[in-house]
Each structure stands twice: as structure tokens, then as C-alpha cells.
Design a protein around this ligand. Structure first.
Ligand code: SF4
Ligand code: FES
Length: 483
């Protein structure tokens, strides 16, 4: 069950509304919330007691309990009764939500807005809202046309705040998935983006100041074509309202530090390329364009192109960044200077030798160590325990932090921030039993005590992990264990 509790993408929420009223609005893809009955109109056979998933009442009740636990916990953490509006994706029918809220959450005042679409599996989006905070003025369904089988519609809820009388328009999305390949399925999400943009434009035509919130599972990233080009998002409210028509490609002067071990001296050379880029393209797109159109000998690492694999960390205008998540417009210059990660030995051009980095990583035993028997399913962890390690689990091992650290530059044996963060991730994991072993490995002047809290690592981390805070927690732990 994926637990993603974020409003993925929000636009146009007026300052006044945001400042004067505080709402708790949450979206959650609850992943296959099916009842146990075979509905002949839907492709839900696997979610029955005799189906592939052996989906029994007992298992459904367990899922309800888990969902209720998380929703209650969100409310507790936000000092609220329950979310004022909660959007759900992947729900088979309205009675399921009714049962969840009445029997398991025991929330009074909550009303459901459900829409049954033509999706072949029969999983849909729905809102549950607090009728003491909002009144539903209208619900509208926005169809998404795709070329093969029908997909989920987009649901628009027009709510009125009962205290201040503000109108809030919430679009709830569950765009077509990437099953079958990201590229092959991209057109389906582009179609959803077009439908959504059209609905937003119609709304803005009637009310240019409408407060609009977009949320849901887009199955694309904010930097993908569907979101950037077709939904016309830039993260800026003005831009979303205006659209892309005024955006012109920029002329860029890109200087790249090159090194070819077969011909260049150890210092390498600098080579400048003139190219054009849309401000919403990424530095990785710029590098690709140079490689594909001007100089095929240019070498750099990349893989996922979505800030997940950590392959393309490099120095861009003096800062360690991931090329695939750095937008040209955010460089705030028409000159780009791209170098390999500093302090690393260069293999070719922007490709550095990561072996020392991985060797240090291995030193801290970066895996779960426990004598507990292997459970049948997952190793469960209480949400409070998980919270302690959650930030540290977001590391994608790109190395931007370690290669930005003066202690790493001056002492090649220093473990570095990434390895120490990984040590933290397991030392503070309630399911792990090898904390003492790891603390011994890092409690020395090639480990923890070589960190002088310079904070370069925090600034460099593309995942915005406060690495120094985690290293300080490790230092405290070492001291506490001694006294
Ligand atoms: S902590 Fe951040 S910068 Fe360091 S390796 Fe992990 S993701 Fe990269
Ligand atoms: S290419 Fe995977 S993180 Fe950038």
C-alpha cells in the first residue's frame, strides 16, 4: 500500500484565502480499495475471496483499520478533527468509503462525493469533505479521452467555505499509469493534461480570480511534458494562469569542462557551445542537445532523468546539482558553466570515479541487520518510529553532498556525509539490531568527528535532506552511549 500524503500540485490559491482560513486538505492513492464481491461490470475478479488476491472480508477489514489509523494520525499531527477535504484515488465504490468513515474512523459530519467512471477495473476518485467546514456547491466530471480503453475521469468539486464564504475549486486526478512503458503511455497522460487545462481555462474565463487546487496521482513528474507543456505549469501561479504562449526559447552559452584521458593534460580543457533551450527544459536536456546535435564525444552519466537514480550529479554554475532536475530558468543566467563533481577523480568529461564513494558507503553496513525471523509479509514499523528515519530514507546516493564537503576534499579517507546519513538510516531504524556495530565504525576522526558542520552538504542535496542534523544526532547518540 503506498502512503503518499501530499497535495502534489496546487495552483492559484489566493493569498487572502490561504492567510485567513486554514484548511487541512489531503490526497491519498489508497491502492486498490476493492470490496470482496465480484462486480460483473468490472474487471475486479482478482479482488474476491477465491480470486488471485484471495481478497477476504478479514483482509479488507485490516486494510480499513490501516487506512483509519493513518487518517487519524494525520488529524492528530495537524491538531485537527479530520482533514477538511480528503481526495482518494483507487476506490471501487462509495459504500466502501462510507464504511471507512462511519465504522473505522467514526467521523461525524463527513460527506462523500463519488463518481463512477468507465475505468475497466472500476477504481475511481472521490472526495470526503467535512460538512462543518465546506458546503459542496457542485460536482463536475471531466472526461479523459484515450485511444484504447476508457480511463478514470477527473472530478471537480466546487466547495464553499462556510465561515468566510470563499469558493474553492478542487480538481481530483488519477491520470493513466505508466504500465506498458513511460514513453508508450505518455500520450494518455498528455490527453488528461489537455482535458484538465481546458477545464481550468473555462473556469478562469468565468472567474479569473478563482481559487483552484489541483491534486491527485498524475503518474508524471512536475517536469514532464504533460505537466509542463500541456497543463502549462511552472509552479508559479501567474504562469499557470497566463499559459505558455509568451515563453520563448533562450540562447545559451554553455561552457563544459572536458577531459579526455587519451589526449588531454590532467587539467583538461574548457569548451563552449552555443545552443537554445526552453526556460523549462532541464540542464540534462541542454547536455543531450549538445551531445546529439553538436558534439557526440561529450560524456556524462544519466539514467532515470527524473531525480530518482542519482546518476547525473555535477557542478552547475558553481553548485553541485542534478542536471535532470535543474531547470534552465532557475539558473538565472544565459551562461552555463558545467564541471564534474569537485574533489573526485575524473574518468572522462563529467564522469567521475564513484568507486571510493561506494566503498565508503559499504563500510557502514547499509542494510538491515536483525536476528528476528523473516516475517511472512513486510517488517512493520510504527509510524512514529518511521518518522525518525523518514528523511534519511529519501537519499538517492547521488554524491552531491559528499563531493561538496571540504572535509572530503582534504581527507580522502573521510567517510563523508552520504555514508554517515546511511549509517543514521539504519542506526535509528527500530527494526535493526546492529547500531552498536555501526557506531563503532563511524565514531572516529575519519567518520563522525571529521564533520565540522560546514553545511555545504545540506545546500547541495537535491532531496533537501538536512544531513548535518542527522550527523549531529549520531554524535549525540555516541556521547549518550558513553555516559
Ligand atoms: S544525502 Fe542528498 S546529496 Fe547526499 S547522496 Fe543522498 S541525495 Fe545525494
Ligand atoms: S538521471 Fe537519474 S537522478 Fe538525474
Amino acid at each position: 500500500m503506498s502512503v503518499t500524503l501530499i497535495v502534489l500540485f496546487s495552483t492559484c490559491l489566493k493569498e487572502t484565502l490561504a492567510n485567513e482560513s486554514e484548511y487541512l486538505i489531503v490526497w491519498w492513492n489508497v491502492e486498490n480499495l476493492f470490496d470482496t464481491v465480484n462486480d460483473p461490470r468490472k474487471n475486479d475478479d482478482e479482488y474476491t475471496p477465491t480470486g488471485k488476491r484471495e481478497w477476504t472480508e478479514q483482509r479488507l477489514n485490516k486494510k480499513f483499520e490501516n487506512l483509519a489509523h493513518v487518517i487519524k494520525d494525520i488529524s492528530k499531527r495537524n491538531k485537527k478533527q479530520f482533514p477538511d477535504i480528503m481526495g482518494f484515488c483507487e476506490v471501487e465504490n462509495e459504500p466502501l468509503l462510507d464504511q471507512l468513515y462511519k465504522k473505522y474512523i467514526k467521523a461525524a459530519n463527513h460527506k462523500i462525493v463519488y463518481h463512477e467512471s468507465m475505468d475497466s477495473r472500476g477504481i475511481d476518485v472521490s472526495f470526503v469533505y467535512n460538512s462543518k467546514t465546506f458546503r459542496l456547491i457542485n460536482k463536475k466530471v471531466i472526461g479523459v479521452k484515450i485511444y484504447d480503453k476508457p480511463t478514470r475521469d477527473i472530478l471537480l468539486g466546487h466547495f464553499k467555505d462556510l465561515k468566510k464564504g470563499y469558493d474553492l475549486y478542487v480538481f481530483l486526478n488519477h491520470w493513466p499509469s505508466r504500465i506498458g512503458g513511460e514513453e508508450k503511455t505518455e500520450l494518455k497522460r498528455i490527453s488528461a493534461a489537455k482535458s484538465l487545462r481546458h477545464a481550468i481555462d473555462s473556469l478562469l474565463k468565468k472567474n479569473a480570480d478563482a481559487d483552484i487546487l489541483l491534486m491527485g496521482d498524475f503518474n508524471d513528474e512536475p517536469i514532464d511534458k504533460s505537466i509542463l507543456t500541456y497543463l502549462k505549469s511552472s509552479g508559479s501561479r501567474d504562469y499557470v494562469k497566463k499559459g505558455t504562449k509568451d515563453i520563448k526559447p533562450m540562447k545559451l552559452e554553455v561552457t563544459i569542462k572536458r577531459f579526455n584521458p587519451e589526449v588531454d593534460s590532467a587539467k583538461g580543457i574548457e569548451k563552449t557551445y552555443i545552443t537554445e533551450a526552453d526556460p523549462h527544459e532541464r540542464v540534462l536536456d541542454v547536455l543531450n542537445k549538445i551531445k546529439w546535435e553538436q558534439d557526440g564525444t561529450l560524456s556524462y552519466r544519466k539514467s532515470c532523468a527524473h531525480g530518482v537514480c542519482g546518476s547525473d550529479a555535477m557542478m552547475i554554475n558553481g553548485e553541485n546539482k542534478l542536471a535532470c532536475v535543474t531547470l534552465v530558468k532557475d539558473i538565472k543566467s544565459d551562461k552555463l558553466f558545467i564541471e564534474p563533481l569537485p574533489g573526485a577523480s575524473v574518468i572522462k568529461d563529467l564522469i567521475v570515479d564513484m568507486d571510493p564513494f561506494w566503498n565508503k558507503y559499504k563500510t557502514v553496513l547499509p542494510y538491515l541487520i536483525t536476528d528476528e525471523p523473516t516475517p511472512e509479509n513486510e517488517r512493520y514499523q510504527h509510524p512514529d518510529d518511521h518518522l525518525l528515519i523518514e528523511e534519511s530514507t529519501k537519499c538517492i546516493l547521488c554524491g552531491a553532498c559528499s563531493f561538496s564537503c571540504p572535509s572530503t576534499w582534504s581527507d580522502s579517507e573521510y567517510l563523508g556525509p552520504a555514508a554517515l546519513l546511511k549509517a543514521y538510516r539504519f542506526i535509528f531504524d527500530s527494526r535493526d539490531q546492529a547500531a552498536d556495530q555501526r557506531l563503532k565504525i563511524i565514531d572516529n576522526n575519519k567518520g563522525l568527528w571529521k564533520c565540522y558542520t560546514i553545511f555545504n552538504c545540506v545546500q547541495a542535496c537535491p532531496k533537501e535532506i538536512d544531513i548535518t542534523k542527522h550527523i549531529s544526532a549520531l554524535k549525540r547518540r555516541v556521547v549518550e552511549e558513553q555516559f
